[in-house]
Design a protein around this ligand. Structure first.
Ligand SMILES: [Mg+2]
Length: 270
């Protein structure tokens, strides 16, 4: 029995870091924002050189919840330069570790990929950045298991052979921290919400990601489906296109994310 117990532990340990979650930064974890928006609402603002960013809603809590989920490795991959990416991620982890509240356990990202790690497909300036560049997960994490890994990104940066590993966040909007405020209405923004629900669901995009990951993990444990397949089944339609936010299933996934977020954080965030 002792041998069986030891074998069981070994299996558990070898699976301990099986699932790779790789987060994009711009428009996924951070908004580029304006000085007027930062002044009227300074929550989550981070400044780097001349740039002003705001962390997406619940960014630190979502990443912390994922760190606390057994078997998750959290990495980041952004087309920005390395110094900027490291700066933004350092600020994010200051908040994550503050929320975690255990000084002898410092949470850190597994890998950080930057501009130098992109695969360059073309130098045609008429093409979009995401058409000219891809984010090869196998380059960032050589021991990655592609049946158990996703890139969470608002653009199509999936490398050849890694198309199924993309969890696409569609329809990102400009930074509007408070829908009721008048500040944004005359700011000349380009990507505006159609209504309050549209705004609210966009602000909850990371909570949605948490809901999808949590449910996909549950499906993986309860059925024979792989994590990557489960994410695809939940987030793509019959034409293999990403689902849109007006679907009931999208809202149900946001609800799952909220449930995953709150029981784990409530007692520590007071
Ligand atoms: Mg992006």
């Amino acid at each position: 029995m002792k041998l069986l117990a030891a074998l069981f532990l070994l299996v558990q340990t070898s699976q301990a870091f099986a699932t790779d979650l790789v987060f994009d930064l711009d428009w996924t974890l951070i908004y580029s924002t304006r000085a007027a928006s930062a002044e009227s609402n300074p929550e989550g603002i981070v400044r780097y050189q001349d740039e002003i960013y705001r962390f997406s809603d619940e960014a630190a809590k979502v990443i912390l919840t994922l760190h606390r989920t057994p078997g998750m490795r959290i990495s980041f991959f952004s087309g920005g330069d390395h110094a900027r990416n490291e700066f933004v991620i350092e600020k994010l982890y200051e908040e994550i570790n503050r929320l975690n509240g255990t000084p002898n356990q410092t949470l850190k990202p597994f890998r950080v990929g930057s501009a130098d790690d992109l695969r360059v497909l073309s130098s045609d300036p008429l093409k979009r950045f995401s058409e000219r560049h891809k984010k090869p997960l196998r380059r960032l994490i050589p021991d990655i298991d592609l049946t158990d890994a996703i890139l969470i990104d608002d653009s199509d940066f999936a490398d050849a052979g890694e198309e199924k590993n993309l969890l696409r966040i569609l329809d990102t909007l400009d930074d509007i921290p408070d829908f009721s405020s008048n500040e944004w209405k005359t700011a000349g923004l380009q990507e505006l919400p159609k209504n309050r629900t549209d705004w609210s669901l966009e602000r909850q995009k990371l909570v949605w990601v948490l809901g999808v990951v949590t449910e996909a993990k549950r499906l993986t444990q309860n059925t024979g489906v792989t994590f990557t397949e489960a994410v695809n089944q939940m987030t793509r339609n019959s034409l293999d296109a990403p689902i849109t936010r007006d679907l009931p299933s999208y809202k149900a996934q946001v609800e799952k994310g909220l449930k995953a977020l709150n029981p784990r954080c409530d007692d520590r965030l007071k």
